[in-house]
Design a protein. Sequence first.
Length: 282
Amino acid sequence: MLKQRVITALALLALLLPALFASHSWPFMVLTVVLIAAGAWEWGRLNGVRPVQAWLGAVVCVFVCAMATVAGWLESTPPLLWLLAGSSWVLLGAWMVQRGVSGWALWPQSVRWWTGLFLLALAWLALAQAHQRGVNFLLSVLALVWAADVFAYFFGRTLGGRIFAVKLAPTISPGKSWEGVFGGVLGVFAVSWLWIIFDQIQAPSSTSFFTLLWARGIGVAVPALLFMSAMSVVGDLVESLVKRSAGMKDSSGLLPGHGGVLDRVDALLPTLPLAMMLVAWI
């Protein structure tokens, strides 16, 4: 299992890294829109739509992303769209986590399907626009999510259940603990400070997300990073909830050893649009 995970991860890196650092943006946009289309296909399967409709969802996602590109939204997205994306994730995440697994099935299937496609297309638009701002900016947003995930894992494994008697969301993801959440937050702040030092020493061509936040002062940076850390957890919980509702362990088997695309990008789906919202409005 570990060998398969490593092989898959190396194969993905072999595709992503050249696209990320290419002199033109189109290789990165094409590769990531393919991944988002795969996520849209998985989303259809998780919500019980017919196979043809699941494939149609992938096509719809690609079409919407193409239209956003033609409209020039990669260079300048209407700030109201990011506000809509952020509000949607906050309200949807709070509702889903509060209602639990059984609550998701109460939504009409078509509403669940279209909601997911909308959020996936927004995530790609945010990813592509972050790439347009510069590799340093994009990597700093990705690093925020990775830090929250990695630190949460190690803090949860080490301290889970020893400080707080109550689990984070036992009916959705029994393995997640409050100790892990607070560990993830500490990791995010540690990475943000290290990244700012890197920006000051190396003076990269693009400003990182962390530097932009801290430049606005502690009163902006601290709440923003806490908010982003929390929403990365929400993204993870939402995908776990949908999988439990569908009775599936993984979103698919597209990535051997890792599950599906949605299993790998769940925490990024809310945080990417929210990062662009914070940049646009703060």
